[in-house]
Design a protein around this ligand. Structure first.
Ligand SMILES: O=C(O)CCC(=O)C(=O)O
Length: 317
């Protein structure tokens, strides 16, 4: 018997279409889950109140002011950078954290920053998606991407090797302020989670790794974000940032992860984003106690860190 020839998908031209707004599906949980199962991503226009987002933006920019890297004379929300100061930041710090390390460390101490992902609109969304109680990962990441010679657009990657735990974990990307495409917002490769975990190799930009894409994996979706918009995607979805064309302005955003409470979590997701920072230190000046060590009150299943997820392998396209 002749072996059956498996036909490979054909190479396709790269396309860049606009996000589909899933807000109408919030009233149709089945439809919402079907869409995320098919496309791997959901985009919501104005899911969060603009004031809520701008308030955290102002808190973070007040930290930036203490480090003198905003241009003087702006209001609390202005993102113009004082490049005379930021250009002197060491390359290693900027490539690791997007900004100076001490500034990022100070942001990681903000109570409003860690409280932000517990907003009821986000919890309700993930409860609908997972159909059970939700675990908010404590490791919230701020991307304070300043224009600097050591900052590069985030390369195409999947979050799963970095986050591990359950493949059903969802990343939530939230711009803290309006983020037009020209400021380098996040874009996703529609449906790319269906290919499973892809091999990685080292690269420049956030995360420091890139995946190899096949010539038919070309369907990028993107958009101009307003403050309050939310993008969420499965941890196997390939995503990257667009290149910022604004050489005088910072791009400020959060990455937060949510998962079903019954799924395993890798314990690093419950640690602060800076490896040498401890929660005790972060909590020192907080006004309320309710969110301190909140995950310790939950019945969690943990899974070990698997370093082989980063082993370089060739991909057969
Ligand atoms: O904000 C970025 O450029 C990268 C964000 C990202 O990769 C993520 O949220 O997983």
């Amino acid at each position: 018997m002749n072996p059956v020839a498996i036909e490979k998908p054909k190479a396709r031209p790269i396309t860049r279409s606009l996000f589909v707004d899933s807000t109408p599906l919030l009233a149709d949980p089945g439809g919402l889950r079907e869409r995320v199962g098919r496309d791997g991503y959901l985009f919501f226009k104005g899911l969060l109140p603009r004031d809520y987002v701008m308030s955290l933006r102002a808190d973070i920019l007040a930290v930036a002011d203490r480090h003198r890297w905003r241009m003087p004379g702006q209001d609390r929300w202005g993102g113009l950078i004082n490049r005379d100061v930021t250009d002197t930041l060491p390359d290693a710090e900027v490539s690791a954290w997007g900004t100076g390390e001490q500034c990022y460390r100070d942001v990681q101490h903000l109570e409003s920053f860690h409280r932000f992902p517990h907003h009821r609109a986000l919890l309700a969304l993930y409860r609908t998606l997972f159909q059970e109680d939700v675990l908010v990962h404590a490791r919230t990441v701020a991307r304070m991407l300043i224009p600097h010679r050591s900052n590069f657009p985030t390369p195409p990657h999947q979050d799963f090797p970095f986050v591990q735990g359950a493949t059903s974990t969802m990343t939530c990307w939230i711009p803290l302020g309006d983020c037009p495409r020209t400021l380098g917002g996040l874009t996703v490769l529609r449906g790319s989670h269906h290919a499973g975990q892809l091999p990685v190799r080292p690269a420049k930009g956030a995360g420091g790794h890139v995946v190899e894409l096949c010539p038919w994996e070309t369907e990028w979706v993107e958009g101009d974000y307003d403050a309050g918009d939310v993008l969420t995607f499965n941890s196997l979805v390939v995503h990257k940032s667009l290149r910022s064309e604004m050489k005088d302005r910072l791009r400020l955003s959060l990455d937060v992860r949510f998962q079903a409470l019954s799924e395993p979590v890798e314990v690093g997701s419950l640690r602060p984003h800076l490896p040498d920072l401890e929660w005790e230190d972060i909590y020192r000046d907080w006004k309320s106690d309710d969110l301190k060590y909140y995950w310790q009150k939950l019945a969690l299943r943990t899974s070990p860190w698997d370093p082989t997820r980063f082993e370089a392998k060739a991909r057969a396209c």
